[in-house]
Design a protein around this ligand. Structure first.
Ligand code: FAD
Length: 385
């Protein structure tokens, strides 16, 4: 009886477990996750969970009985501490040794920590349900929030907190918001949108201190400007969780290095999701994506290949973000563009929607669509072909 062990019980791990059965895996499936909740959708954490519209039960990835029905042994609240590829076994924090025939690393990513404000009450990060519950538990006493980092998560949190009536300041080190993931037009769009809703956004603002005695009181930037805060949310990016892979001597390259079949440098170990980078035929380079699409699609390919198929992972990346009444849907990756086209109105509140398309050497490489679902579907399909 063969055993497949999956480390990490979130989007990638949960999908991989279910897909193994769909692909005919008859052996044991052990899905191990170190969080205490059933596998849940992470995107609502900075959206409907933060706002209080949804709770833990409302964001489950799959109904609890499904794991039982598929004969998946789900072990929550347990962390894999070490991996020996040579002996084909993992060791849990409890000391238990678990042998595997096939292993899947779906360990995701963890937030980059600021070396500031350590131990101060009210300095929060946003990755897990527990993180958001901790933020929500203090919201009644919070009037002023400083969000450090204007990536998608920081901006989504800012939008929700503003809607809840908080005074929100966003501090971003780069020259514009969303600099890493989008072009200047979209950055300007979101910057205006947030200002329109009353968020105080400062770019080129390098945070140098988070101040307070026991609880956070303020945040100071390199130019000396100081912003009062009862709550600080740090959203400055993530790093792939590669500890186990490193321990096992697997090849790394901006995360765990997998090939187009989602296989690592060890033929019995696969990886999927935020933790790994893969070769992209579309972009002709390795990419590491942080999206639900990638976690789902890559783990589907990994599961098929663990079961003996020879599938290639080559999907068009796509992503979404919800802020106020705006839905951004992005297809493709825009870095490396040499030409941009815009269509529609960039005015906050415009009914028309707004699309930015990105080209390289005359070829479409990405499209960012604001409240334009049909255009998004069109461009996603076009990129796929
Ligand atoms: P993760 O979800 O990070 O899961 C990895 C799991 O493995 C975690 O539970 C971790 O605790 C566990 N783990 C790690 N190491 C071990 C170990 N040694 N032993 C046991 N367990 C371990 N994407 C979108 O496409 N659209 C969005 O709108 C969007 N919004 C987001 C909002 C927020 C607040 C966050 C945090 C992310 C958002 N994302 C969004 C990104 C998306 O959630 C991630 O890309 C996705 O969760 C990746 O799934 P994963 O399974 O690869 O990794």
């Amino acid at each position: 009886n063969l055993r497949c062990v999956i480390v990490g019980a979130s989007h990638a791990g949960s999908q991989l477990a279910i897909q193994l059965r769909k692909n005919g895996w008859t052996g044991e499936i052990v899905l191990i996750g170190d969080e205490s909740q059933m596998p849940y959708h992470r995107p609502p954490l900075s959206k409907a969970v933060m706002s209080g519209e949804k709770d833990a039960d409302g964001i489950l990835l799959r109904p609890a009985p499904m794991y039982q029905a598929q004969n998946v042994t789900l072990r929550l609240n347990e962390r894999v501490q070490s991996l020996s590829a040579e002996n084909k076994q993992v060791v849990l924090v409890s000391g238990e040794v678990l042998a595997y025939d096939k292993l899947a690393l779906c360990t995701g990513a963890r937030p980059i920590r600021l070396p500031l404000g350590d131990g101060l009450d009210g300095v929060c990060y946003l990755r897990t349900l527990a993180d958001v519950e901790a933020i929500r538990a203090r919201l009644d006493e919070v009037r002023r929030v400083v969000v450090i980092g204007a990536g998608y998560i920081g901006l989504e949190a800012a939008a929700v907190l503003r809607k809840l009536g908080k005074d929100v300041t966003v501090l971003e080190r780069a020259e514009r918001v969303l600099q890493r993931v989008t072009g200047p037009q979209m950055s300007a769009y979101f910057q205006n949108l947030h200002r329109h809703h009353g968020v105080d956004i400062h770019c080129s603002a390098e945070v140098v201190a988070i101040n307070g005695q026991q609880s956070v009181e303020s945040v100071t930037c390199a130019d000396g400007s100081t912003f009062k805060a009862d709550l600080v949310i740090v959203g400055i990016g993530v790093v792939p969780e590669t500890g186990l892979a490193e321990m096992a001597g697997l090849k790394l390259d901006n995360g765990i290095c997998v090939d187009e079949h989602a296989c690592t440098s060890d033929p019995d170990i696969y990886a999927a999701g935020d933790c790994c980078s893969h070769p992209s035929a579309l972009y002709q380079r390795r990419v590491r994506l942080e999206s639900v699409q990638n976690a789902n699609d890559q783990s589907r390919v990994a599961a098929a290949n663990i079961c003996g198929a020879n599938e290639v992972y080559n999907m068009t990346p796509w992503f979404w973000s919800d802020q106020y009444d705006v839905k951004l849907q992005a297809a493709g990756l825009c870095d490396g563009y040499d030409r941009i086209e815009t269509d529609g109105s960039a005015e906050p509140g415009s009914e028309e929607g707004f699309v930015v398309t990105y080209y390289r050497d005359g070829e479409l490489i990405a499209a960012d669509c604001i409240n334009r679902a049909k255009d998004f579907m069109y461009y996603k399909k076009l990129l796929g072909s």
